[in-house]
Design a protein around this ligand. Structure first.
Ligand code: UD1
Length: 351
């Protein structure tokens, strides 16, 4: 894997750079020598993340990071950022991401996620910046007919507005390239990102009650929740619980650096799965987390959650062959680092 910035794309603008995956990606970009323009409206992230990133990367690299508190839907403000910083490429994370909330507030999700992307693309085009890496999701594969999932596996209907926004943004970016072949689009389909930076300085800090398994398990381990609810043990899987391809967020972040290095100067639309290629069940995750935390984690079995699928995991060979990237950390590493962040920051970034 080439980690040195490709000269033509050495200054990259990251939308949603203070969020969970965004912040870890900013760290990896700075450590690989990139100049990073972080744009975040802080609607679902803490400004403390910026100090933590600086602590991790050190003074020299931190000088290559600039931050703008801007909502990407504010096209005039975003255009000013582009004028001032002249980025060569964009990694686009910014968006609402809570599945349940998206069902309750479809208009908010469609207008924020789609509207934000449209204004971002207009500003990019106006500034002659047409290289974009988009933060997509394995959710676009829906309930798969077979696993592992390759990039050629069919897209299936999403089960919620959040999933539809990922689905539609992939389509929008692909259509942009059809209209103007100068666009250089990479769609990264993430499987289930968990874990945290090994420093324990940045990690996942969901607001309210976590929707996702690992943050819920972590908060139970630290005593903020009483018991983990296992959503169904009657799936057609070896232990009856759902199977997912959990990937360490640092591996995932490195996948973005590999994609940027790979895409420099090319034109087209390319899709890569970012996963480990290995599935783990809910019970295996709880057990690995108990091991990492050195304590039992209580759980109860509840009915299945609406919209959940039995299993998915990636065939990650395309990213290995073309990007020279593969996940290196395993479930034990993910749980250790997630616990390290959670135990050092029991209330997340709040004091
Ligand atoms: C979910 C979203 C997906 C999104 C992804 C982002 C749904 C249906 N899907 O994926 O669209 O891209 O988050 O990270 O919400 N589980 C429990 N107890 C819990 C939480 C989860 O047993 O408290 C189980 C689930 O049934 C599933 C597994 O743990 O088998 C993983 O769930 P989760 O972390 O929410 O991720 P996904 O559902 O795979």
């Amino acid at each position: 894997m080439s980690d040195s910035p490709s000269p033509s794309l050495s200054r990259v603008l990251v939308t949603g750079g203070c969020g969970f995956i965004g912040s870890h990606t900013v760290v990896e970009l700075l450590e690989a020598g990139y100049e990073v323009v972080c744009v975040d409206d802080l609607s679902n992230a803490s400004p403390k993340v910026l100090d933590r990133i600086a602590q991790i990367v050190g003074d020299e690299a931190a000088r290559r990071l600039r931050f703008f508190k801007v909502d990407i839907s504010d096209e005039a403000a975003l255009a000013e950022v582009f004028d001032e910083t002249t980025p060569k490429a964009v990694i686009h994370f910014a968006g609402f991401k809570a599945v349940g909330e998206s069902v309750a507030k479809p208009l908010a999700y469609y207008s924020n996620n789609l509207g934000g992307t449209l204004s971002l693309c207009r500003v990019m085009d106006a500034h002659d910046v047409r290289a974009i890496v988009f933060s997509s999701s394995s959710t676009v594969y829906g309930d798969p007919d077979e696993v592992p999932l390759t990039e050629a596996s069919p897209k299936k209907p999403a089960t919620n507005p959040y999933g539809w926004t990922k689905w539609m943004i992939e389509q929008i970016l692909s259509d942009l390239w059809v209209a103007d072949s100068r666009w250089d689009v990479v769609l990264l389909r993430y499987f289930n990102p968990i874990g945290a930076h090994p420093s324990g300085l940045i990690g996942e800090d969901p607001k309210g009650i976590p929707n996702n398994l690992v943050p819920y398990v972590a908060q139970t381990a630290v005593g903020r929740r009483d018991v983990v609810h296992v959503y169904g043990n009657d799936y057609p899987t070896p232990d009856g619980t759902g199977i997912r391809d959990y990937i360490h967020v640092v591996d995932l972040a490195k996948g973005h650096v590999a994609a940027l290095a790979w895409m420099a100067g090319r034109e087209g639309v390319e899709i890569f799965n970012l996963g480990t290629g290995k599935g783990s069940s809910v019970l295996e995750v709880i057990s690995a987390f108990s091991e990492a935390a050195g304590k039992d984690i209580p759980f109860v079995v509840d009915p299945r959650r609406a919209g959940d699928i039995a299993q998915n995991w990636a065939d990650a060979s395309k990213a290995a062959e073309q990007l020279g990237w593969k996940a290196e950390l395993d479930l034990a590493d993910m749980c250790r680092d997630s616990w390290n962040f959670q135990s050092q920051n029991p209330n997340g970034y709040e004091a």
